[in-house]
Design a protein around this ligand. Structure first.
Ligand code: FRU
Length: 285
């Protein structure tokens, strides 16, 4: 029919429970608006790996022209992605990596580098030998593994992790884990959470225990209406912007569909957002 899109892009989103993922879908949609030649079809796997596998397979049998996948976990989603790719469907993997390189292009920020920046920030702003609670994202996903190892690297000898738990990227889970940490430790100087929902859950737990003033809260994501707002409200001390990559994914998809070569790996920039009072004095003052 006249005006029909030439290409269909299937988007396999691992969940829409977190604001960051809602933003990713919105960014994809927005970027596609200026490209009438493509039509997006969204699927939400509701944080269920098996469901995401099935949805990727459905996109393949439906014969989409290109797939954008933001996978929940690395290992179990490597195979369905590889199968789509081997069947000749270009695949863009967004944000969370899979294990092999059987895909067309990976787009995401460098989580190890972001973790390192968080570690360095804490080394510079916390008291010496700080006692740290680390609330980890889902450790079967690569961003959580990288935000953990990068963090330890950036922190160096400046503090010690006295409590670490996997909160699976989820705010209610983070709040629960923080309740345990608060019950076990009289002194907590810093909470480092792998995302802002986690940091906010920890803050709510500490506030309910009357202990929020005692410690620094550091998160990752920095959505304007989430992490950045928390920093403005004085809830978080710092957060690191983790771009969704939505716009880049659509641009890259269009290039691929037009038969152009694209890089195997596209690294997005990140930024630091912090309380003005925490900003380091310029050198020389
Ligand atoms: C959302 C999210 C973000 C985080 C990203 C890591 O599902 O947990 O908060 O930055 O995924 O993949």
């Amino acid at each position: 029919s006249p005006g029909a899109a030439a290409w269909t892009i299937g988007v396999s989103q691992c969940n829409l429970g977190e604001p960051w993922r809602v933003q990713m879908d919105a960014d994809l949609k927005r970027a596609a608006e200026s490209h009438p030649e493509v039509q997006l079809q969204f699927n939400n796997a509701e944080n269920d790996t098996l469901k995401q596998r099935a949805q990727i397979e459905e996109f393949v049998s439906a014969g989409v022209d290109l797939l954008i996948v933001s996978p929940k976990e690395a290992q179990p989603l490597t195979e369905p992605i590889a199968k789509a790719y081997d069947a000749g469907i270009p695949v863009i993997v967004l944000d969370r990596r899979v294990l092999r390189d059987a895909y067309t292009c990976f787009i995401g920020a460098d989580n190890r580098e972001i973790g390192r920046a968080a570690g360095r920030w804490i080394a510079e702003h916390a008291k010496p030998d700080a006692k740290i609670v680390e609330l980890q994202g889902l450790m079967t996903s690569v961003p959580a593994q990288d935000r953990h190892s990068g963090f330890l690297d950036g922190l160096g000898e400046a503090g010690q992790v006295i409590f670490a738990a996997d909160m699976q990227w989820l705010e209610p889970q983070a709040r629960k884990e923080m309740d345990s940490a608060l019950a076990r430790f009289d002194e907590i100087d810093v909470v480092y959470a792998h995302n802002d929902p986690g940091a906010h859950g920890a803050y709510l737990a500490a506030k309910a225990a009357g202990r929020d003033e005692e410690m620094l809260f550091v998160g990752i994501d920095a959505l304007p209406h989430e992490g950045v707002a928390y920093v403005k409200q004085g809830i978080l001390d710092a957060t690191f912007e983790y771009p969704t990559g939505g716009r880049k994914a659509i641009e890259t998809a269009i290039s691929i569909l037009n038969g152009e070569e694209v890089p195997k790996n596209i690294v997005l920039e990140y930024a630091t957002i912090e309380q003005p009072s925490q900003r380091a004095a310029p050198a020389g003052l």
